[in-house]
Design a binder for this molecule. Structure first.
Ligand SMILES: *Cc1c(COP(=O)(O)O)cnc(C)c1O
Length: 342
């Protein structure tokens, strides 16, 4: 019997990377690999991306960054969650690009510098209020960064922010704040270096949001936005297919060997269909370890059922039915489900 697994099609992933590049060029693509590369497995994803010419990786935390660093000493690895002296020292030793969104962290990072400055990217809070220096404190912040750069403690490599990508009007306002922040950084004597503001949605839809670099995760894995354009519209394909076997069959129903403890949200019961070689099955219940689905006339133990991806629904379509987003389903899939690469 086939085992349950997440099949990751690395060729499809590489074609998505090419689609991202075509779309955002001449801006660079920082591939975001947080949450184990959105559940796809960070090591294989980074290897393939590096082979396809990706030079920047967005790693979120220092732990992930350290995994990425082990795969290539020349990569630029951006991390934006660094907490405490030990992690800062680790980030320095790994030669990371550190996102700095508050004054205290800037001082801590500067203190950690030994023989060479630590590379930093300064973050303005452009309205999302998720970390970042508020505009009223920004001028003092960039002046301090310039002073620390002058004495060789930090090297300001970039200015960045994160936007909601929920409405064009809000994003435009955020971009206005971002532009102002870059101007003030220049006035403080900083070359702003690499400016980066947008994630998948804005970088695909809006050229003026791309600057020198975009931080794209979801679309590179073929995960489209909920309620937005489809993967086909975007020119990408889902890189992953989740498969599990039928483990028991009765007259009307069948049990498929994957369940809530594996990360299938129980709220999807009654709202999703899965697909076997014989056709579509309604998912009636989601147990801890199995999905109870409608049986077709020829359903047998051992049949392979696609839960998402392939010729079944995409993660985003499933997520939409429970007001969630595709990324959330992808990253919640348990590490117990083997990742298989082809
Ligand atoms: C997750 C994340 C991204 C990537 O977002 P996608 O929509 O998956 O492309 C970019 N920047 C930051 C700060 C993030 O946390």
């Amino acid at each position: 019997m086939i085992g349950r697994r997440l099949e990751v099609d690395l060729d499809a992933f590489a074609r998505n990377l090419a689609a991202v590049r075509r779309r955002v060029s001449p801006s660079r693509h920082m591939l975001v690999v947080k949450d184990d590369a959105y559940g796809h497995g960070v090591e294989q994803i980074v290897r393939r991306a590096a082979g396809a010419g990706v030079e920047w990786f967005g790693a979120f935390d220092v732990d992930t960054a350290s995994t990425v660093r082990a795969l290539g000493d020349r990569f630029r690895i951006f991390t934006w969650l660094t907490v405490g002296a030990a992690e800062i020292a680790h980030a320095r030793d790994l030669d990371l690009d550190v996102g700095v969104g508050d004054e205290e962290l800037l001082e801590e990072v500067a203190d950690a510098a030994i023989s060479s400055p630590v590379r930093v990217h300064l973050k303005i809070d452009s309205g999302l209020h998720r970390n970042g220096v508020r505009p009223e404190r920004w001028e003092a912040f960039v002046e301090r960064a310039a002073a620390l750069q002058a004495i060789g403690r930090v090297s300001v490599e970039g200015i960045w922010s994160h936007i909601a990508e929920a409405s064009d009007a809000e994003d435009d306002e955020a971009r206005g704040t971002f532009e102002w922040a870059v101007t003030r950084a220049r006035a403080a004597g900083l070359g702003p270096g690499v400016r980066h503001l947008s994630a998948s949605a804005a970088s695909f839809a809006r050229a003026e949001f791309r600057y020198e670099m975009v931080r794209v995760g979801a679309f590179a894995y073929g995960i489209p936005p909920a309620g937005g354009p489809t993967a086909t519209d975007l020119g990408v394909v889902p890189a992953a297919r989740l498969v599990a076997p039928v483990v028991a069959v009765t007259a009307e129903s069948a049990q498929v060997g994957i369940g809530a403890t594996d990360g299938i949200p129980s709220a999807l019961a009654g709202r999703m269909r899965v697909r076997s070689g014989s056709g579509w099955h309604r998912v009636e219940r989601i147990g801890l370890h199995a999905l109870e689905v409608s049986a077709l006339a020829d359903t047998r133990v051992g049949d392979e059922v696609t839960i998402w991806g392939g010729d079944a629904h995409g993660v985003t379509e499933l997520a939409e039915s429970i007001d969630s987003i595709g990324e959330e389903l992808a990253v919640r899939l348990s590490r117990r489900i083997p990742r298989v690469y082809g």
